[in-house]
Design a protein. Structure first.
Length: 423
């Protein structure tokens, strides 16, 4: 069956035809993958696509990296699920602790969502307070406490929050604009006796890409300390994407709790919560805050994560991924920004173009950009063999597999599409 036929069938089986909403936004219908290798996805329709989505962030080495594949194959020979501790989890935790300045201890879970659910519960349990500050347009997974004014597919589909979350719970989540120190401080002070945590994507990656202004993250650290709340960095995207120590090492700001996911599982389901020992020991079984999981620290994930991070310790990965991003950004600026205006926000190997606006420093700036143009860009690129996210509220990602020939092909397609696209 081809993609069109498969999707017709899928619509009978899954709400909206998919198992995660953004997948349905690929136009005219989602393609089904036959296989993936390096930077290339091959569809069941026989098309070859250069992949700038990379499963929404995890695949910084590209698809089927030989070191990861080899490690996983070796692991399969030993079994794949034990329900008991396994040495690889110690090795992976040691790596993460060595790279992330804020992390002394780790709890592995199965997704970024589980990581933020656990981090919020931990912050509430530790501080014995209830309220949370989050930033407009930041997405922290499908987490009841944080699905308020969220980015990613929540923005794409224009869902202001989500049905099914009691208002009593949403009221505990206070939403302020990213990069706005004054408002954050005001709201934090007003709620000081009951503020458990400030949670932030240190670089926003779910409303396009939005960078923190000069001292924004340092100011969040100060405000959290002033009111006795914990600072949580959600580094599910930025962890290992911006470098070995994530955003916290890059911006030199140390949160109390860090959530990780995506890259640390090497392409297998994963999440992690990390932080200072004193806080982490509030988690069961050493403390009163509960978290558990049949699949926590899954052996295959641990092995794949370990192989991935070991590869990241070699310079070529960041060099290749970052220079690919740089070249594609330059092409977008030359071919698209010159014609339609706008700004490309870019850091390391993640970026997004916001057409027709001069700057994007927060979510309301992002909303003023021409999102329909990005959706048309997605469609036109896809027709010519380049796959980008179908929404402006996501990021382009590059990987170690985005070698110069792949980048050159992409740039040719971008200049061809620039001629076709109309304002
Ligand atoms: N936090 C951030 C910053 C994310 O980008 C995401 C997913 N895109 C999540 C949390 C949720 O992760 P998951 O999809 O693995 O549940």
């Amino acid at each position: 069956m081809n993609s069109k036929e498969l999707f017709e069938k899928a619509k009978e089986l899954f709400p909206g035809g998919v198992n995660s909403p953004i997948r349905a936004a690929v136009k005219p219908y989602p393609f089904y993958v036959k296989k993936a290798e390096g930077a290339i996805l091959t569809t069941v329709d026989g098309d070859e696509l250069i992949d700038y989505v990379l499963a929404y962030g995890p695949l910084i080495l590209g698809h089927q990296h030989p070191r990861v594949k080899e490690a996983v194959e070796e692991q399969l020979e030993l079994g794949w699920l034990y329900g008991t501790p396994y040495e690889a989890e110690i090795k992976l935790a040691e790596k993460i602790i060595s790279h992330f300045p804020s992390i002394d201890m780790v709890r592995f879970v199965n997704s970024g969502t589980e990581a933020t659910v656990t981090a919020i519960r931990l912050a509430r349990g530790y501080t014995k307070r209830k309220k949370i500050i989050k930033f407009d347009g930041c997405y922290h997974g499908s987490n009841d406490s944080l699905l308020v004014k969220a980015g990613s597919a929540v923005s794409h589909y224009g869902v202001p929050g989500s049905a099914g979350i009691p208002e009593e719970l949403s009221r505990l989540t206070l939403v302020v604009p990213f990069n706005d120190v004054e408002t954050t401080e005001k709201v934090a002070k007003e709620n000081q006796d009951d503020l458990a945590a400030i949670i932030v994507e240190p670089v926003m990656g779910n409303a396009g890409v939005i960078l923190p202004k000069d001292n924004f993250l340092k100011e969040l650290r100060r405000i959290a300390d002033d009111v006795g709340a914990l600072l949580i960095f959600d580094e599910v995207i930025t962890g290992y994407r911006l470098g070995l120590g994530g955003a916290q090492a890059r911006y030199n700001v140390i949160p109390d709790i860090t959530t990780l996911g995506k890259i640390i599982g090497g392409g297998f389901p994963v999440g992690a919560v990390g932080g200072k020992k004193e806080i982490m020991e509030y988690l069961a079984p050493s403390g009163p805050v509960f978290n558990a999981g049949t699949f926590n620290a899954h052996p295959v994930t641990m092995i794949a994560g370990l192989a991935t991070i070991s590869e990241l310790e070699r310079d070529y990965v960041y060099e290749t991924a970052n220079s690919a991003a740089h070249a594609v950004v330059k092409a977008i600026e030359q071919e698209l920004v010159s014609k339609f205006g706008g700004v490309v926000n870019h850091i390391a190997s993640m970026f997004q173009w916001f057409p027709k606006v001069e700057k994007v420093e927060n979510y309301s700036d992002a909303q003023k950009a021409d999102r329909a143009l990005i959706e048309r860009l997605h469609t036109e690129l896809l027709k010519r063999g380049v796959f980008i996210a179908p929404s402006m509220f996501e990021a382009w990602f590059t990987s170690a597999a985005h070698a110069s020939d792949i980048v050159e092909r992409t740039i040719d397609v971008i200049s061809e599409v620039a001629k076709v696209l109309q304002a």
